[in-house]
Design a protein around this ligand. Structure first.
Ligand SMILES: NC(=O)c1ccc[n+]([C@@H]2O[C@H](COP(=O)([O-])OP(=O)(O)OC[C@H]3O[C@@H](n4cnc5c(N)ncnc54)[C@H](O)[C@@H]3O)[C@@H](O)[C@H]2O)c1
Length: 388
């Protein structure tokens, strides 16, 4: 199974992610078939793609929007995938629907066509298990917006032919992406390691230690993150962010480290989905006044360090459990969610002993499993070792 410049790329689902992936593949020079069961979604994707490509041409980033667009065909029939060398699925995040689409696609495509899913949180192994040839199935997890975000998590299922991994990696490099390899475990790298950014921030707010504006201020001003956790959750949308947290929590057999919060669940129940609905943690309606941060440096430092140490612990534990290499963990968090620094480097900077002391102090205070330190962090603290 090989992919080259002449390979036709099929994309299933023309929503936010599917249209973005089609854009990336077409700009990289491939013929692309973008398929959706919903005609309106296809029309919308065509309009958006046309205007985005025209803007890129105006800025001199591509030579001809017309040429790129000419390589994309918009299909409402799956039969048009028959000549594809790689299919990337980006439809609704429901396992049963994905399995049935993979089944339909397998009948149409050639025996050496690679099948990939862009799922954020479902098991690639379970999707592969629904296929007649599970060896050709893998995860290719792009980030939103796909044309702008460099990271792609390449995820082999336990059934995937190992020869496909370098092929996928090489292709992503040709597309100008930064591939990392992730084990097929819940949330892969980014959606697992990033959980405390949201969860611990909400916990701090729920306990009344600080309000959302102050926590956001702490993470941007002290931590150097581009957005604070509450602003970011509102931006992502609580329908998406809460569902990923819930799926990761359930997939980890209810490990309390990933426990979703009532505060976010209530927002979802109220229909306060964030920016897209005009209200989430913050109010986005015109003229709305949102609370100002306390701008208390000592408190903010404490908040920032608590969230950061929880993130560092996740990254160290992912390394401990061979979810990814140290280098790929650093790349994933800086390129997938734009963290100002890799979490393992951050740990090295503070010293594993300081990180462990902070976690153990949280654990001793709460006596909750949520705050248990990874045994690898303990080992590195004792041995005074560095991760990177
Ligand atoms: N949005 C993100 O930030 C993001 C990031 C990374 C990965 N993902 C994953 O990408 C996938 C798609 O997410 P999205 O945000 O683009 O969703 P979306 O709702 O914007 O688009 C999904 C599209 O799939 C189409 N569709 C649904 N069922 C179909 C079927 N059976 N056959 C063909 N088309 C079908 C819908 O008509 C819709 O156009 C999900 O698995 C999601 O978890 C999303």
């Amino acid at each position: 199974m090989a992919i080259n410049q002449d390979s036709i790329i099929g994309v299933i689902g023309s929503g936010a992610m599917g249209a973005g992936i089609a854009h990336v593949a077409a700009v990289a020079g491939h013929q692309v078939v973008l398929y959706d069961t919903n005609d309106q979604a296809l029309d919308r994707a065509k309009k958006n793609l046309t205007s985005t490509l025209q803007k890129l041409q105006e800025k001199g980033k591509i030579t001809s929007a017309e040429d790129v667009l000419g390589r994309v065909s918009f299909a409402d029939n799956i039969v048009e995938f028959s000549h594809c060398g790689l299919i990337i699925e980006a439809i609704i995040e429901k396992l049963e629907v994905k399995k049935s689409v993979f089944n339909e696609v397998e009948i149409v495509v050639s025996p050496d066509c690679i099948l990939a899913s862009n799922t954020s949180s479902l098991s690639i192994t379970s999707i592969a298990a629904a296929c007649r040839v599970p060896e050709r199935v893998m995860g290719l997890h792009f980030f939103n917006p796909a044309p702008l975000m460099a990271l792609v998590e390449v995820i082999p299922a336990i059934q995937t032919n190992p020869d496909l991994i370098p092929v996928a990696k090489e292709l992503m490099l040709q597309w100008g992406k930064t591939p990392v390899i992730a084990k097929d475990t819940p949330g892969f790298i980014v959606n697992r390691v990033a959980r405390p950014f949201y969860g611990e921030a909400i916990r701090i707010m729920e306990e009344g230690i600080a309000d959302k504006a102050t926590i956001d201020w702490a993470m941007t001003e002290i931590g150097g993150f581009k957005m604070g956790p509450f602003a970011l959750m509102d931006y992502i949308g609580h329908d998406v962010n809460y569902v990923v947290t819930k799926t990761v929590f359930e997939s980890f057999f209810y490990d309390p480290r990933y426990k979703p919060s009532f505060s976010q669940n209530r927002l979802l129940e109220a229909g306060w989905l964030g920016r897209k609905s005009g209200r989430g943690f913050y109010d986005y309606s015109e003229g709305a006044e949102n609370p100002a941060p306390a701008e208390d440096t000592a408190l903010s430092k404490e908040i920032c360090e608590r969230i950061l140490v929880m993130l560092i612990n996740e990254a160290v534990d992912a390394l401990h459990l061979n979810v990814a290499t140290a280098a790929d963990l650093e790349t994933a968090m800086t390129k997938g969610v734009n963290y100002p620094k890799g979490l393992l480097s951050w740990c090295d900077e503070w010293g594993a002993a300081k990180c462990l002391e902070k976690l153990d102090s949280l654990y001793n205070n709460y006596h909750e499993d949520r705050y248990r330190a990874s045994c690898l962090l303990r080992k590195y603290a004792v041995e005074n070792k560095k991760f990177v």
